[in-house]
Design a protein around this ligand. Structure first.
Ligand code: C2O
Ligand code: CU
Length: 487
């Protein structure tokens, strides 16, 4: 059944979207060759937001279910914030939680001081304190905001927000909807189960018990019949890989991690934690519906259903998913790029004698991490180094020294039998090639390394200390995390 659908879809879509090559190795020569350039952004607005991180009661198991004490940034649970490229966001993070926190702007190319990584880019924001973030997103797209310490516990209880930066559309779709995927680890009485388990942390990660989209069980949304629907799909889960597909309508991927691509059929795009895609769907005739489905689960699982109103449809016209402008991003000079290898593996046993290797006058050498950002063991490593762990954890040395403005090609190599969505802060890199999963060349901030896969990414280095880690939260917390230093 599934294969049938895929074959049909492949045939149809391949004919319609033949210009986008798939396949491994070096593909299309540019990330989005036939999209028009984006006109410069006008003078933007300033948004003043307050993110008051606190406990709040929410019925996550349905309106008749028990109350769960979630952690959230506002009374709106999992807020969806919209700004335009050119705008400035001034966000005051107020910490009303019992532990420290910070705001990381996942995928947004921010100055290092606004990157929200406790100890590395700022002091942790402790209970009762606040911190002002000023961020002017340089790129449009679909992003999200989350803490960067005890991330499995803090985002596990709900502390996240979706950030949409508008300004990439050449043609407006008829609807623009968010499907943010995230499981909850809840007991039947609405209390939280442990977010980390030794079995999970040392293998694929700990899975939630309740699957949810936009915080709640899958629901039905109304969309205009015959309309073009932009679906922004985010995988905000701590652990689960999803593979979204659309049943009952034509669908094309139009952006990856917020970055426009030459549209290609939504077929087998696997999304690890933190990955996003924007999809354009042509809604069916009045009274019909389509479904967004996760095909990576053992049983296909419906993420959302979209119903069209009875009555009038949009006038019939051909489906043309190329509604976005091309991304406007620094592109690596591949000919002169320096090549480096990073291997993601199980921990070698020895914890890094980290701080000792940082120059004594390095400000980070003086930092002794408190117990919250680190765990007592390491299961994972990058180039054999595990993120600080143990009773006296200290800031490890960087995983590499980079030069500002210089081009780099990193070869990422997965030496484990698990999936690892690898994320680099502060940069939008180009995915040049992948040894296993077919993908067109594209820009991203997180890339899914399948078991034993090898992937090449390229970028132009921006100054700062930038986290580089797996986004399976237990993998990062238990060692598969480090940082690159660009100076
Ligand atoms: Cu989503 Cu280190 O971040
Ligand atoms: Cu991982």
């Amino acid at each position: 059944m599934l294969t049938d659908r895929r074959q049909v879809l492949k045939g149809l879509a391949a004919a319609a979207l033949a210009s986008t090559a798939g396949g491994s190795g070096l593909l299309a020569r540019t990330a989005a060759p036939d999209l028009l350039p984006r006109p410069p952004a006008g003078a933007g607005r300033v948004h003043d937001w307050i993110f008051a991180a606190a406990e709040r009661p929410v019925r996550l198991l349905g309106p008749d279910g028990p109350v769960t004490t979630v952690w959230s940034y506002s009374d709106e649970f999992l807020p969806i914030k919209r700004v335009r490229v050119g705008d400035t966001i001034r966000t005051r993070l107020e910490n009303r939680l019992g532990e420290h926190t910070a705001l990381h702007w996942h995928g947004v190319r921010v100055p290092n001081a606004m990157d929200g990584v406790p100890y590395l880019t700022q002091a942790p924001v402790t209970k009762g304190e606040s911190f002002l973030y000023e961020v002017a997103p340089p790129d449009p797209g679909t992003f999200f905001i989350h803490p960067h310490c005890n991330e499995s516990g803090q985002t596990g209880r709900g502390l996240s927000a979706v950030l949409i930066v508008e300004g990439d559309e050449r043609r407006r779709p008829d609807a623009d909807l968010v499907a943010a995927y995230k499981d909850w680890r809840l007991a039947e009485d609405g209390t939280w189960l442990p977010f980390e388990t030794p079995e999970g942390a040392s293998r694929a990660g700990t899975y939630g018990t309740v699957r949810a989209v936009n915080g709640v069980a899958p629901t039905t949304h109304m969309v205009p019949a015959g309309g073009d629907i932009r679906l922004r799909i985010l995988n905000l889960d701590a652990t689960r890989v999803i593979e979204p597909g659309v049943e009952g309508a034509e669908a094309a991927v139009i952006a990856v991690d917020g970055n426009a691509v030459t549209p290609f059929p939504l077929d087998t795009w696997r999304m690890g934690p933190a990955m996003r895609i924007d999809v354009l769907v042509r809604a069916p005739a009045p009274g019909e519906s389509f479904r967004l489905i996760d095909y990576f689960s053992a049983e296909p699982w419906t993420l959302a259903t979209y119903e069209t109103a009875k009555g009038e449809a949009r006038p019939k016209r051909a489906f043309d998913p190329a509604i976005l402008y091309a991304p406007d991003l620094p592109r690596a000079d591949l000919r002169n790029a320096q090549r480096l290898n990073y291997t993601f593996s199980a921990a070698s046993g020895a914890v890094t004698e980290a701080a000792a290797m940082l120059a004594p006058d390095d400000p980070l050498a003086k930092i002794l991490l408190d117990g919250l950002c680190v765990r007592d063991t390491s299961f994972w490593a990058i180039n054999k180094a595990s993120w600080a762990s143990g009773s006296q954890p200290q800031m490890p040395p960087p995983l590499g020294l980079f030069e500002t403005g210089r081009s780099y090609v990193l070869e990422l190599m997965n030496a484990t039998p698990h999936h690892h969505p690898i994320h680099l802060h502060g940069h939008t890199f180009e995915v040049l090639s992948a040894s296993r999963l077919k993908r067109p060349r594209h820009f991203a901030d997180t890339v899914l390394l399948q078991p034993k896969e090898r992937i090449e990414i390229a970028f132009v280095a921006a100054p700062g200390n930038w986290m580089f880690h797996c986004h399976v939260l237990e993998h990062m917390e238990y060692g598969m995390m480090g940082y690159l230093r660009v100076a």
